[in-house]
Design a protein around this ligand. Structure first.
Ligand code: R1P
Ligand code: URA
Length: 298
């Protein structure tokens, strides 16, 4: 749409014709995308591309880097934190990319299973955990303090490609699988104790394990990714979603041992995993299918 130079209240564009927040434009974003939270992680991973074609930082803190991997265009986008940032990224990327899109989130999480610091969790699906204002702001409180959404599955073809590559890169004993809880806070809705706020979250983790026995991790974007991928509309000839998504998460916090990762281990894990994540995207869509117009200039 920014290509058509449309600027409206519904679809604002920047003064340079890019999408308003993420500042993307057609010709700069590939169909295969890795999304991360931390811009530093994006730069570390970008070193594993064969060639960098394009880089842009938006005024709202999104970083887009597009390059070539195994001869195909691939984009890395750092979005910051939280489900609304994922929403901005996916919707604005969809506005400028033609054809099918595949997206892998490579993020970090807190482990609520046996996976420990330095392991990676591959999401089979994700559900949202949201603070329930009906509970906190009514007197007497209404309901349970946190709402759990239904789980949405990851794309199985892309996830299989991702698992095969992660198992090979890290060793299968370091790659865990299961559902991910996408919380609207790092603190309250991930069950971290607080003395400065009333959060009523003491039994949140046991409760979510009752509802989702295969829940393995907590973080803040995966459910929005899977939900929007599933909600994406296909072409006129297809009822299938136009976006397929998967998610791998480095364990930064071991919630049972109360340990947090060091910057050195986290950087090393991003370096080891970068090729695995890129390879999964190319394994899944190795052909010219969905190839971005920029490939012509490669
Ligand atoms: C919180 O520290 C952030 O880390 C996780 C959470 O989802 C949240 O965004 O992921 P990223 O490391 O990808 O940002
Ligand atoms: N990211 C989160 O959202 N939670 C954690 O515990 C670690 C990383």
């Amino acid at each position: 749409m920014p290509n058509e130079q449309m600027n409206s209240a519904d679809h604002p564009i920047s003064s340079t014709g890019r999408t308003y927040h993420v500042e993307m434009q057609a010709g700069e974003v590939a169909n295969r995308i890795v999304t991360v939270g931390d811009p530093q992680r994006a730069r570390t991973m970008a070193k594993h591309l064969e060639r960098i074609l394009f880089e842009h930082s938006s005024h709202r803190g999104f970083l887009t880097i597009t390059g070539i991997y195994r001869g195909l265009p691939l984009t890395i986008v750092a979005i910051g934190m939280g489900a609304p940032m994922m929403d901005f990224f996916i919707r604005e990327a969809r506005m400028v990319v033609q054809g099918p899109m595949t997206i892998i989130r490579f993020g970090s999480c807190g482990s609520i299973c046996n996976a420990s610091i330095g392991d990676v969790i591959s999401a089979t699906g994700a559900f949202a955990i949201n603070r329930n204002f009906d509970y906190f702001d009514n007197n007497p409180p209404v309901g349970y303090p946190y709402n759990f959404s239904p789980a949405v599955n990851a794309d199985s073809r892309l996830t299989n490609a991702l698992n095969a590559r992660l198992d090979a890169a890290l060793g299968s004993s370091h790659v865990y699988r299961g559902k991910v809880g996408n919380a609207d806070s790092f603190y309250s809705s991930q069950g971290r104790p607080a003395s400065d706020f009333y959060d009523a979250n003491k039994d949140l983790i046991p409760r979510l394990h009752n509802i989702f026995p295969d829940a393995v991790a907590l973080e803040m974007e995966s459910h929005m990714l899977f939900h929007l991928a599933r909600s994406s509309t296909g072409s006129e000839n297809s009822h299938l979603p136009s976006i397929r998504a998967a998610c791998a998460l480095m364990v930064y916090a071991d919630r049972s041992g109360n340990v947090f990762i060091s910057p050195e281990i986290s950087k090393r894990l991003s370096q080891i995993s970068a090729n695995a994540v890129f390879d999964a995207l190319v394994d899944d869509m190795p052909s010219q299918e969905g190839l971005h117009p920029m490939a012509g200039s490669v």
